[in-house]
Ligand binder design. Sequence first.
Ligand code: AR6
Length: 185
Amino acid sequence: MSLKIIEGDITKCETTAIVNAANTSLLGGGGVDGAIHRAAGPGLLAECRAFHGCPTGEARITKGYNLKAAYVIHTPGPRYAGGNRGEAQLLESCYRNCLLLAMEHGIREIAFPSISTGIYRFPLKEAAEIAVRTIRQYPQMDVTMVCFDPVTREAYEEALETCLREAERRKNMENLQDTEKLQEE
Ligand code: AR6
């Protein structure tokens, strides 16, 4: 699997698809959504209108218009409201549905922004853990996390390290259990 974490501007990405942290209207907004619509040009908004919105956690695909990416996958992340309103599950659904939609379209290369951690105020550490954990379940995909600032990049790097350490620990435990079983036999 390939999960790269970089610092940069997702509108400049040359991956086949980029993800837009949209809102449920899919009609543009501030943050990365505004930047993607500005860079893509008016064709993007025209195509988005035809969807008549999108529920939180789901995803919709359009062409990339003036962007270098051929496709934009739009997903409205959850607005953080304390953590007891299913925000974690909804954020996980965003990553999962974007990856599934990409796969349905034969897309292997995809770049994500840090969904929900800007205007929607999802706590960065938890959001990064959810993102990394979900993305790692699709080892056939070539994923880049495009972080806009160093604090965000560090959070995703840390989440990836934690995830790798846990996977290693699980593997060691399994090996140990296998050895014990062999010894019993
Ligand atoms: N490239 C990569 N990341 C970016 C860029 C960029 N060009 N610009 C901002 N970010 P946000 P949200 C980062 O607020 O929290 C919009 O109005 C940003 O620093 O864009 O999901 C929508 O229409 C942060 O780390 O998205 C919705 O109403 C991350 O992208 C609402 O904001 C996400 O921040 C969605 O809020």
